[in-house]
Design a protein around this ligand. Structure first.
Ligand SMILES: Nc1ncnc2c1ncn2[C@@H]1O[C@H](COP(=O)(O)OP(=O)(O)OP(=O)(O)O)[C@@H](O)[C@H]1O
Length: 259
């Protein structure tokens, strides 16, 4: 559907992406995690066809629905009029914009002028404008940011439905746990390249208090023991932090290295 090979991007002399290889297959949901400034938005703009790579190739021309990290809702048009307009010009006006906005529970209703919307409500319209075109590839830049918990749930459903109809999703996210909850494949963008994050280690700790440790994908408590599923490449970081926070390490099971 879309394939990136050796994609690099520099702004002036500063390289942001140095050699990204990625194949997004139909029905897949790709999560990209990474620290601030690691280049996630840059990568998504290239995937969405809004920015050209400085090197490497991008093949495939899916119909893209793109939600930027901050949707610029600056028009005087109402949300519903704006979406109808987009549906008409993209030739996909069979999607009902009112139903979409109702599902996302847009505060102020579908007739609210876009430029009066709060950040979260503008994000909802941003999501709706990407869906109205029935994209083959949905590109979402930190889509959970700014949304209320009900909208979080709807967003999860929308991602699953998009994948179920054979389209693909690429999203960025800061929290590993959330990325793993929604993606079929998770990658970390680091040093300008993507690395697969699909292996998990199991760590059992003894102690009490909140588990505020890096790389945790899932937590299970049993008395004073807590069993953690941890992104394998972050196990050392987690153990160091756990010990410094007063936890005792009971057991560590690291995944077998695949050939
Ligand atoms: N148009 C631009 N011109 C110059 N530098 C840019 C431009 N866009 C992004 N950058 C720089 O590229 C780097 C990567 O930015 P990008 O927004 O892609 O990172 P990110 O991983 O999405 O960050 P965050 O998690 O904070 O959203 C940053 O150093 C940023 O300052």
């Amino acid at each position: 559907m879309i394939r990136l090979l050796g994609v690099g991007k520099r702004y002036g002399d500063a390289p942001v992406l140095t050699g990204v290889d990625l194949e997004v297959r139909p029905g897949s949901v790709v999560g990209v995690v990474g620290t601030n400034g690691s280049g996630k938005s840059t990568l998504l703009r290239i995937i969405a066809g809004l920015s050209r790579p400085s090197s490497g190739t991008v093949t495939g021309r899916p119909r893209v629905g793109y939600v930027p990290d901050r949707f610029p809702a600056s028009t005087r048009m109402s949300a519903v009029a704006y979406l109808r307009h987009l549906g008409r010009i993209s030739g996909t006006s069979e999607v009902d914009p009112r139903a979409l906005l109702d599902r996302l529970a847009l505060a102020g209703g579908p007739n609210a002028p876009l430029r009066h919307l709060s950040k979260g409500n503008a994000q909802k319209v941003g999501l709706a404008q990407a869906l109205i075109t029935e994209p083959d590839l949905l590109v979402l830049d930190e889509p959970w940011s700014g949304l209320d918990p009900d909208a979080h749930e709807v967003l999860g459903e929308i991602i699953a439905e998009t994948s179920a109809r054979g389209a693909s999703v690429v999203f960025t996210e800061h929290r590993d746990e959330r990325a793993h909850a929604h993606a079929t494949e998770v990658f970390r963008l680091t040093g300008g390249v993507l690395r697969v994050v699909d292996r998990a280690a199991r760590v059992v700790l003894r102690g009490s208090g909140a588990v505020d440790l890096p790389g945790v994908l899932a937590t299970h408590r049993d008395g004073d023991h807590v069993e953690l599923t941890v992104a394998a490449e972050r196990t050392d970081e987690l153990l160091l932090k756990a010990l410094s926070c007063g936890w005792s390490v009971v057991r560590v099971d690291t995944p077998a290295v695949r050939p």
